[in-house]
Design a protein around this ligand. Structure first.
Ligand code: CUA
Length: 157
């Protein structure tokens, strides 16, 4: 098939535009100090969180040299633990589940953001930088107290 030079130029232009767009999505959304690098999901019995070794006591624990795991329970209307306290300049994998209805989990001002569904464990991994306090917000309507559902992420020295 013969392609006119004009069409080749147009095609190249379109590819450049797409790459620019992808670049802005990938890099433009990364907030200061906390950057989300991965996410995934697992299954859990939302009615038996008290018997789950990860979520019976929501907490942060060290799982590697510079890697921490946070086990977080969202509920009407807050997050546990609150605050979530993690060391500066580390990698943190957040395992978040709900004990009641669908919630959101968003680290305000960063691209760390996930939906939290009862029966599922949302996992997001973030790189945290310098010591700072971040707000946590629920961005899924979850009932009368939704607008007041918030928490804190403290990145400490
Ligand atoms: Cu929880 Cu809105």
């Amino acid at each position: 098939m013969h392609i006119h030079a004009y069409e080749k130029i147009w095609l190249a232009f379109a590819i450049v535009l797409i790459l620019l767009l992808l670049g802005s999505v990938t890099y433009g959304a990364v907030g200061p100090g906390v950057a989300m690098v991965a996410d995934s999901e697992g299954q859990i019995d939302a009615t038996a969180l008290d018997e789950d070794e990860r979520f019976a006591e929501p907490r942060v624990e060290q799982v590697g040299e510079n890697h921490y795991a946070a086990y977080v329970v969202a509920y009407q209307f807050g997050f546990e633990p609150d605050p979530i306290v993690v060391p500066a300049n580390s990698r943190v994998t957040l395992h978040v589940t709900s004990r009641d209805v669908i919630h959101g989990f968003e680290v305000v001002g960063t691209n760390a953001n996930t939906m939290v569904v009862p029966g599922e464990v949302s996992e997001i991994t973030v790189e945290v930088g310098e010591p700072q306090e971040y707000g946590l917000l629920c961005n899924e309507y979850c009932g009368a107290g939704h607008h007041a559902m918030e928490g804190k992420l403290h990145v400490v020295p």
